[in-house]
Design a protein around this ligand. Structure first.
Ligand code: GLP
Length: 278
């Protein structure tokens, strides 16, 4: 796991944007898994601004959103589909047929979840999965005790998640109790994962994810098993990490490692790639 600590929210967005811009420039990186929430909202504004500056092109990009509330139609202002339209899709040149969502009003829940899993495979799998993290350590809507091998399915939300997500609704009562979500196993199949967390309310979950045991009580902790994960945090979200000094040291030294490997490559003509910090 490559843990990057930045001073504040704005520099987290900057670092995340740089990674996304780099991956989007690679024609082999076409399928993106996307989250909703306040944390990625700033990244999406940066992506819209980057598109307007001519830095990003979404023409051949496919997207799969992580999750959707059950019982809401796509036009509902609290739906994740609506969130994505308002914050990203309406402002960039993504093709509507390349935007993939779980249907919040499916006739048959199981068939809908199978369709989504099938479609992800049909598109060649997810190249870059972007994630936020819930205060209880969930990714997608994989609440504590979710199977670490789970696939896309329906999930009952915890009272805390309902409370945390009430912002898009008139009151807590209106927040749906259920959702469809990619499973932990589905998320783990992405080729690369970028997780963002900001603010003190995420500090405990971040520490459990990065340094705690791999446990279904914090589904994000399973990312320790993935070979290519970057976690970008602000100081507040990193506050409970025990090895934070090492992560900072690593971030400072990584460019020197890249330069050292480059020099060796030039000298010996070998193809020496820096590993990542996983
Ligand atoms: C919801 C979403 C998650 C998201 C989490 C945190 O539970 N299903 O994907 O990571 O909220 O959101 P925020 O960034 O608003 O704290």
């Amino acid at each position: 796991m490559n843990v990057v600590i930045r001073p504040d929210d704005a520099s987290v967005t900057e670092a995340a944007y740089a990674l996304v811009r780099d991956r989007l420039a690679n024609r082999h990186c076409r399928v993106f898994g996307l989250p909703t929430g306040q944390t990625p909202r700033k990244l999406y504004s940066a992506m819209v601004a980057g598109y307007r500056r001519g830095e990003l092109d979404f023409d051949t990009v496919q997207t799969f959103n992580l999750d959707e509330y059950l019982g809401l139609d796509a036009g509902h202002p609290g739906s994740f589909r609506h969130f994505m339209e308002v914050n990203l899709f309406a402002h960039v040149n993504i093709r509507s047929e390349n935007i993939h969502f779980l249907d919040g009003l499916p006739e048959d829940i199981q068939a809908e979840c199978h369709r989504y899993e099938w479609l992800i495979r049909e598109c060649g799998g997810i190249d870059l999965q972007i994630l936020g993290i819930g205060a209880d350590g969930h990714i997608g809507f994989n609440e504590p005790t979710s199977s670490l091998a789970s696939r896309t399915r329906d999930k009952t939300l915890t009272p805390r998640t309902i409370l945390d997500n009430r912002g898009a609704f008139a009151n807590e009562e209106e927040v749906p109790r259920w959702a469809l979500t990619m499973g932990v196993g589905t998320i783990l199949e992405a080729r690369e994962i970028l997780l963002l967390a900001t603010g003190g309310s995420k500090a405990e979950a971040v520490a459990a994810m990065v340094e705690g045991p791999v446990t279904a009580m914090c589904t994000a902790s399973v990312l320790q098993m993935h070979p290519r994960v970057t976690v970008i945090l602000d100081e507040a979200a990193a506050a409970r990490l025990q090895c934070d000094e090492y992560y900072r040291w690593m971030n400072e030294n990584d460019p020197h490692l890249a330069a050292y490997l480059d020099a060796r490559r030039q000298r010996y003509g070998r193809h020496t790639q820096p590993g990542n910090a996983s």
